[in-house]
Ligand binder design. Sequence first.
Ligand SMILES: [Zn+2]
Length: 234
Amino acid sequence: MHNELPTLDRLATRRPDIYGGITTCCLCGRAEETREHLFSCPTLNEQNTTAWNTAFEKFKKEVIKVADKPGKGKKKQTSKSKNKLHNAHDMLDFFVGFENKMLGSQRELMNLALGFINKSDVKRLGNAMDNTRGTITKARDVLTKLSYRFRKYFREFTWKTRCKTVTEMEKTRGISNKDKKKKKKGKKGLTGSKRKAKSESNNQEKEGKALETMGKVQEVVAKWITEGTNWLGV
Ligand SMILES: [Zn+2]
């Protein structure tokens, strides 16, 4: 994810000798293939929805599981069942509202995939789950997991589908793996591109590790916000 996702617009910048002038989305043919477009491409709509549904189902189960555990600060045993019922209603409200928000905005979905957790969502989920101490932390944890899972399924469904089509396009255009590994015209040797490919895969590894660490997620988000602002032309 992030800036390492080799969408056609990025590839055209990185390897204009191969990808220059072929940045149009291979799936819909309607727009330039940017990271943002992967979330709005009509042809990828089904894959994005599947990625969301798969992640969201797990998220809901987890929220219910976490909310069912008695909180430390909860002392009113008598009104426990009443509270539970109240919480269930609040949680359902949260699920519906949150899902509508996410599916109603490609920007929101992309932000979630990028690891951006909305503070107001954390607060609303925390309140819906319970009002005891530590609930906000729990809410943030489950939302972070949702983000991680959505990113994982996005890669599994959306990105894989996209890559299949791009590989076909490359075949049609006679772009081989050899071409991709070859250094840009006019320069000899493979060391440079090999090193570059290695550093890219290292970056992806690092990225994966970083995303599993909550602290680092914030860093990545901060970085994205800075770069994303320019990228979105805002
Ligand atoms: Zn498209």
